[in-house]
Design a protein around this ligand. Sequence first.
Ligand SMILES: [Fe+2]
Length: 230
Amino acid sequence: MFTDIHSHFVYGVDDGARTEEMMYAMLDLAVKDGIDRLVSTPHVTPGLKRFDVDLYERHFEKAVAYCRDRGYGIELSQGAELLYTPAADRFIIEEKIKTMDESDYVLVEFSTNAALSVMEHAIDLLECSGYQPIVAHMERYACLFRPGSVEKLDAAHDIMWQVNAETIVEKQGFIHGRVINGWLKNHTVDFIACDAHDTKHRTFRMKQAHKILAEKYGQDYADKLTGAAE
Ligand SMILES: [Fe+2]
């Protein structure tokens, strides 16, 4: 059974599930994929769009009730995927960031062309404010593909790194694939997560990813990456 720390199944709050029915269908798929712990991480975009906390809470509770009624043994918890924007600084300093399941962990994403210095500033600020950053889908950021970038950040900060299951399952370009393979070989990556947004194109692929990871990098690391070890 797996833990998925990155998911957009709560409907009507971001670009994830659009309807209540789609949310329920996504939960069915998560259970089918062997996920027994699933963190809801809707996009939070400081300064760009107001996040409706009440709506989120209401829809999240519907998801919990659905799983209970169905007899699913899946544990749902709340989190957020923070898009780092200039306006995010104030929210971080004022400690108004939604963490994962009331821990210190914050799932943070950047624009794909973010400079390494911007990423480092955000990570620094998060750490200084008592948060533990998890960088969402690290394979999306061009700056991390420059040799030594990840090592530089890792040397100075206590960062955790997440890669999407889809990236493991789908064939990657030669250079891209080689760098990602290096991160996995060195055990730089801490989490594989599905980042599911729907039931078709961006869905749950943990079982598939786990199988590939176990074959390529060993059972223990595959279990650790997917929460199967816990
Ligand atoms: Fe996401």
